[in-house]
Ligand binder design. Structure first.
Ligand SMILES: NC(=O)c1ccc[n+]([C@@H]2O[C@H](COP(=O)([O-])OP(=O)(O)OC[C@H]3O[C@@H](n4cnc5c(N)ncnc54)[C@H](OP(=O)(O)O)[C@@H]3O)[C@@H](O)[C@H]2O)c1
Length: 298
């Protein structure tokens, strides 16, 4: 099975490529420099010159706060680009898994969001991703949208790496404790996507419509940070002495985040037998790789 991975230079794209072989998949990664997904001519050329059985689109504009000031660029990638890829996949008869986000929800729920729940994004990023999802399913009714949340992995900047760095730089850290969601390790998500795509191509089960995949258990950013710093202690003694929980209003950001964005992943489990991975395992994997890359302290 030959798989095209768009967004191959991103943190999720890198892990899909690294784990493909273990699923018996020959994956070809294409990054931004090789193909701009918003340009029909470039995407068409990619499909004309390559020979694929399926596509995963992990390319996106993911700078949540910067998107507030650059709606045009976020829209170009997350809506227009998503639609171009979906249209070309449909035209070539290829299954597509399109990756999306928990930020399509408003965060007012009190129980996990079903894949059927109404979207109501509160930020430019969330809005462009929601529009992208809608366009993908309109352009390619057989495509699947996989929403995920709070991603972290070995590649690329993320919360785990930031917390480790800050823990060795500062004596006091303040972390938001009233936003609740599910940290998700990109390795676990990559395995889930590869399982979905192989089963879809072999026509075992077809991924179609909206799915959710996130890590377990649910957590606040503060609890997530505390776990990361505690685990980092086995490598070296951090400088941080005080880790303080703060409310969202004490850490204002340009983009509004959902206060609660736990995703109900039961559809994925029912149809594909994929259960949410424990994010704490992922944190340990990322720390091991990070400290070994840096040869000790960050
Ligand atoms: N990060 C999170 O916490 C999170 C949470 C929930 C959902 N998601 C979703 O998960 C997916 C993967 O996220 P990620 O964290 O792996 O993102 P990432 O590390 O930012 O990777 C995204 C990749 O897309 C590329 N890209 C941007 N514009 C492009 C364009 N016009 N054409 C082709 N490629 C383009 C970027 O390349 P350049 O850097 O060169 O522009 C980058 O390599 C995205 O759909 C994202 O919305 C992420």
């Amino acid at each position: 099975m030959r798989l095209l991975v768009l967004g191959a230079g991103g943190q999720l794209g890198c892990d899909i490529l690294a784990r493909a072989e273990g699923h018996g998949v020959v994956a070809e990664g294409v990054g931004h420099a090789q193909c701009d997904i918003a340009l029909v001519s470039q995407v068409r050329e990619l499909f004309d010159t390559g020979s694929y059985d399926a596509v995963i689109n992990a390319a996106a504009y993911t700078k949540v706060d910067l998107a507030e000031a650059d709606e045009e660029l976020a829209d170009r990638v997350n809506r227009v680009g998503a639609g171009v890829v979906a249209d070309q996949c449909r035209a070539n008869g290829l299954p597509l898994l399109h990756v999306s986000t928990d930020y399509v929800f408003d965060g007012n729920a009190t129980e996990p969001y079903s894949h059927l729940a109404e979207v109501s994004p509160q930020s430019v990023y969330g809005n462009t991703k929601a529009e992208g999802e809608r366009l993908v399913l309109e352009m390619h009714p057989d495509a699947a949208v996989v929403r995920t949340s709070w991603l972290f992995g070995e590649h690329g900047p993320n919360f785990v790496k930031t917390m480790v760095r800050l823990a060795f730089e500062r004596e006091t850290l303040r972390v938001v404790n009233d936003q609740v969601g599910c940290p998700t390790w990109t390795g676990g998500l990559a395995d889930a996507l590869l399982t979905m795509v192989t089963k879809t191509v072999s026509e075992d089960v077809k991924a179609r419509g909206i799915y959710h995949y996130c890590g377990a258990p649910q957590s606040s950013w503060f609890e997530f940070a505390r776990y990361i710093i505690d685990e980092a202690r086995q490598y070296d003694e951090p400088k941080v002495r005080e880790l303080l929980p703060i409310p969202t209003e004490e850490y204002p950001t340009p983009a509004t985040r959902p206060m609660y964005s736990v995703l109900d992943c039961s559809r994925l489990e029912k149809e594909f037998g994929v259960v949410p991975g424990d994010w704490r395992y992922g944190v340990r994997q990322v720390l091991k790789a990070e400290f070994s890359r840096l040869g000790g302290r960050p």
